[in-house]
Design a protein around this ligand. Structure first.
Ligand code: NAD
Length: 489
């Protein structure tokens, strides 16, 4: 992998410290700014505008104006522009991955993987643009034909989180543009550059002014305007369940279409007939990716009685080998958490588990590398009374619960208000179908720990949200059906 400095990234024009509205790079009306910090070192990466409702309103107006022409382009034109965006990402993978690591902290290898996944989603929806087909339905009237067309919903407001700041937006921006919609993006204040990157990519790919707009700033103010403004016809949000519910309520008055990719509390069940080597290897990848800051990463391991101690021992041995370091360092596998608040949340869950009888097999405290680093941790003898059983941890902590019978594990797995991802390990085919049917979750990994791909529908049930991203279903979220009743034939 080629190495780059912050200056290289700025000189190459990938890191922009301005907002992008109607094809212009602009600041906040009152000149307000916000410093973005490298989570590994606390040093300043750059400064971004801190805007609120007025600037957001103008971005929405620009998107509305651009919608009139962008929605009339051919699918082939839109596909071609999206292909160019995807290619730009692929051609600049290393430098873009470095920018992502600088603001987010994840190891470079993971950042590269995220950029590549983002390019995959963009490519996927570039291809889907040409498959937005209509329907002709057999008519009950002799003289009529029933036609159904699919039309872009209009201006889209997209709000995204800091844990996958590039790839989470790729599955919003690309299907929106492919469908003929225009968009106003509000990236997380912690990782704005990977969101502003969509403006750079749009500009370089020759996408007309106003089709992609990016504003950075106050979540409540920008989100308030995006949800209030009747010109915005769809809100697509990835983030916490708390904010998702707020946006859902705020969008009610103007009856917007909604996609909500919210929090998770994923269970992993390890049955006693599982391939333990496979379970340990893939579960570690699923749990400790992005230092455990992944909406689909396991929060609760349910391990069957007979193999409990053996699994705990092997998992601990494997986790011990994870290399904790600044994500920019060669060979780093565990970077910092996003900020101190994230470390404090992990700490409070671990302390609570210890106080309630949890056995710390590994880690259990901050890492000597710095305030935002936490040691990869394994806790045995976890119980349902612990915070870690109920709340999303979003950190590098594996909590092991014990069970005896299959039904107990399924009941425990479902005992949460969330339902995003779940995983289980077994070699029994009948059990695979039985347990898959019983688990309340939008996605299930069976003998697999990492399951995200552009080809599959990503999304949850219960408090984990609504709508699906990726796959052929992902574009439907940006389309309205229109029925034409054609009489007098
Ligand atoms: P968050 O909800 O705090 O923030 C997400 C975004 O919402 C940010 O851009 C933030 O600025 C904005 N925001 C905050 N308050 C707002 C308000 N009042 N109105 C409008 N916007 C507001 O979430 P986060 O901490 O950035 O991300 C972590 C969360 O995201 C976790 O719960 C994780 O599970 C979830 N997540 C879900 C998925 C998924 O696909 N289901 C993927 C990644 C992350």
């Amino acid at each position: 992998m080629n190495t780059f400095t912050l200056d290289d990234i700025k000189v190459a024009g990938w890191l922009k410290e301005a907002n992008y509205v109607a094809g212009n790079w602009v600041g906040a009306d009152d000149g307000s700014t916000y410093d973005v910090e490298d989570p590994a070192t606390g040093t300043r990466v750059g400064t971004i505008p801190w805007v609120s409702g007025a600037e957001t309103g103008r971005a929405i107006d620009a998107a509305q104006e651009a919608f009139l022409t962008w929605s009339m382009t051919t699918a082939a034109e839109r596909a071609e522009k999206l292909q160019r965006m995807a290619q730009l990402v692929r051609d600049n993978l290393d430098i873009l991955a470095t920018m992502l690591t600088l603001e987010q902290g994840k190891p470079l290898a993971e950042a590269r993987g995220e950029m590549k996944l983002g390019a995959d989603y963009i490519q996927w929806f570039a291809e889907e643009a040409r498959r937005i087909n209509g329907e002709i339905i057999p008519s009950p009237w002799k003289d009529r034909q029933i036609l159904v067309t699919r039309e872009p919903v209009g201006v889209v407001g997209a709000i995204s989180p800091w844990n996958f700041p590039f790839s989470m937006l790729s599955r919003k921006v690309a299907p929106a543009l492919a469908a003929g919609c225009t968009i106003v993006i509000k990236p997380s204040e912690f990782t704005p550059y990977s969101g502003l990157l969509y403006a750079v990519l749009a500009e370089r790919a020759g996408i007309p002014a106003g089709v992609v707009n990016v504003v950075t700033g106050d979540g409540a103010a920008v989100g308030g305007e995006l949800t209030r403004n009747p010109l915005v016809r769809k809100i697509t949000f990835t983030g916490s369940t708390r904010v998702g519910k707020l946006l859902y309520k705020q969008s009610a008055d103007s009856m917007k279409k909604l996609s909500m990719e919210l929090g998770g509390n994923a269970p992993t069940i390890v049955f006693d007939d599982a391939d333990l080597n496979l379970a340990v290897e893939t579960a570690v990848a699923g749990k400790f990716r992005n230092s455990g800051q992944t909406c689909v990463c396991t929060n609760r391991f349910y391990v069957q009685d007979r193999i409990y101690e053996e699994f705990a021992r092997r998992l601990t041995d494997r986790v011990k080998k994870l290399k904790v370091d600044n994500g920019l360092k060669e060979g780093a596998e565990q970077g910092p958490l996003i900020n101190l608040a994230a470390v404090e949340k992990v700490e409070s869950q671990v302390e609570d588990a210890k106080a309630k009888g949890g056995r710390v097999l590994l880690g259990g405290k901050r890492h000597e590398l710095g305030a935002t680093f936490y040691e990869p941790t394994v806790i045995a003898d976890a119980t349902p009374e612990m915070l870690i059983a109920r709340e999303e941890t979003f950190g590098p902590v594996a909590a092991l619960f014990r069970f005896k019978e299959e039904y107990e594990a399924v009941e425990a797995a479902n005992a949460t208000e969330f339902g995003l991802a779940a995983y289980f390990y077994t070699r029994d085919l009948a059990r695979i179908f039985r347990v898959s049917r019983a688990i309340q979750s939008g996605m299930i990994g069976i003998n697999a720990g990492v399951i995200t791909t552009a080809e599959a529908p990503f999304g949850g049930v219960k408090d984990s949200g609504l709508g699906r991203e990726g796959s052929a279903h992902g574009i439907e979220e940006y389309l309205n059906l229109k029925y034409l009743s054609l009489a007098g034939l």
